[in-house]
Design a protein around this ligand. Structure first.
Ligand code: MV4
Length: 451
């Protein structure tokens, strides 16, 4: 086992990793920017190193500073958390070259999954269903239109280098096609420096279903079931739950088996997520693989009882996975992300000082947060304040616990998404499990406090 782990992150995930390290008896090193001097991750770590000014590009994204901090503090491993350098192949490579274990997959595995076309091809090669589409980038609008007619409208044009919905355009019919194609191409060019686009069949109201994967160096790969992350806004997940109301035991078996096969195809090591789109007709398709621990990982931890962060650390140190198959599921789990944002103002960030912080609690309630009374939310990073995770014997109990938790969660001083999340929990469509990736576009009434 490692002796000392540097956590190359901040906020709630840095605290989450420190907890796992303490349970394993491993020493910890926090790194922090000048804006995070007063943060809890700095206080809770055994050692800490300031790595630069507030902007992430000058601190949390500076590879040489993080490596230097690890060397100075004598860390033998680095946990990247999520975001920042978590899916940066060059960082994983630099760690290896510096004799520091990167707690995650290999640089090569990060690279294959980071490129959309290569990820798609790797999955297709082992029979994981992919959305019908062009095998690679298309040359020009005429060739693309011809292909679109073959697979049938509507189609979606996506940037090959894309992500986060940038450079993505839907064409409902042949008449729209050329215009959408040009728009996607120029958006791709300005956002990613490459105008390469490909064409796929457009799924009208898919659910976003993702499978949690764990792999070790001995060829063991398992899945721990799905998370339904359909409630999103502009590709930001807001609510996640498991099991999905749309996934039957047979479908879980098929999707889980496909996910494991996909991960095995690249000898995947560590925690990873296979993101899929699930159509109303029960067909599922690979979308992308995330090669990191995810924000919503607690949903799976609570549902299965497996500590995903400890497993990540164990397998990175050369141990075998401590779980060999999916444990019995413990009812139902829902997670709400509480952000310092104003839903009435387009989810504009609302940084500032937290004057009152009173957390929810009780049976089946877990809170992952780095916030405390008197903490100042800096304007430089993402606006996640806390994750409320509620478990129940069934979905109605988990949902009711979430409603009570949100009602009793008091944050004063900054505007938060708590009232918005409470309205979603009370929405009849959400309660019926009738959601898809366009749910919030339709239910715009949820954005504002009723008069
Ligand atoms: C799609 C799709 C429908 N059909 N592809 C959004 C992010 C990017 N990684 C892929 N995305 C989508 N691709 C086809 N062929 C719908 C989306 C999509 C979406 C996917 C998951 C979660 C939320 C979403 C919101 C809008 C669109």
């Amino acid at each position: 086992m490692f002796k000392k782990i540097l956590i190359a992150n901040r906020g709630e995930i840095a605290l989450r990793v420190i907890r796992a390290c303490r349970e394993l008896g491993v020493q910890t090193v926090a790194v922090y920017s000048e804006a995070d001097r007063e943060s809890l991750h700095v206080r809770f770590a055994d050692d800490d190193v300031c790595i630069g000014p507030a902007p992430a590009r000058d601190s949390y994204l500076k590879i040489p500073r993080i490596i230097a901090a690890a060397e100075i503090a004598g860390a033998d491993a680095i946990h990247p958390g999520y975001g920042f350098l978590a899916e940066n192949a060059e960082f994983a490579e630099t760690c290896a070259a510096s004799n520091i274990a990167f707690i995650g997959p290999t640089a090569e595995q990060i690279r294959v999954m980071g490129d959309k076309a290569s990820a798609r091809n790797a999955m297709a090669a082992v029979g994981v269903p992919i959305i019908p589409g062009t095998p690679g980038p298309v040359e020009d609008a005429e060739e693309a239109l011809e292909f679109a007619r073959e697979i049938g409208f509507p189609v979606i044009i996506k940037a090959a280098a894309g992500g986060g919905g940038k450079g993505m355009r839907v064409a409902a019919e042949p008449e729209d096609f050329t215009r959408s194609f040009q728009l996607a191409r120029s958006e791709a060019l300005s956002a990613f420096g490459s105008g390469d686009v490909y064409v796929e069949k457009y799924l009208e109201r898919p659910r976003h279903i993702e499978f949690q994967i764990l792999g070790d160096r001995y060829g063991n790969v398992i899945h721990l079931g799905e998370r339904d992350c359909s409630v999103q806004r502009r590709h930001q997940k807001l609510i996640e739950e498991a099991p999905s109301v749309a996934v039957t035991p047979e479908l879980r078996e098929a999707m889980g088996e496909a996910s494991v096969r996909g991960a095995q195809a690249i000898d995947y090591v560590g925690a990873g997520t296979i993101e899929m789109l699930l159509n109303a007709d029960g067909n599922f398709y690979f979308m992308e693989m995330n090669t990191r621990i995810q924000v919503e990982h607690p949903v799976t931890e609570v549902l299965t009882g497996v500590d995903l962060v400890k497993e990540q650390i164990r397998v990175a140190s050369g141990e075998e996975l401590s779980v060999t198959e999916m444990p019995a599921l413990r009812g139902h789990v829902i997670e709400c992300r509480v952000n310092a944002e104003d839903p009435a103002r387009n989810f504009q960030p609302s940084p500032g000082k937290i004057d009152v912080f009173h957390p929810p609690g009780g049976p089946g309630v877990r809170l992952d947060t780095h916030v405390y009374t008197g903490y100042t939310v800096p304007p430089y990073y993402d606006s996640l304040l806390a994750k409320v995770i509620c478990q129940g014997r069934d979905r109605p109990e988990a949902l009711r616990r979430m409603q009570v938790a949100l009602e009793s969660f008091i944050i004063e001083g900054v505007t938060t998404t708590i009232p918005f999340l409470a309205r979603v929990m009370a929405d009849p469509h959400f309660q019926a499990g009738d959601v898809d990736t366009r749910f919030l576009e339709r239910e715009v009434y949820l954005l504002k406090e009723p008069a």
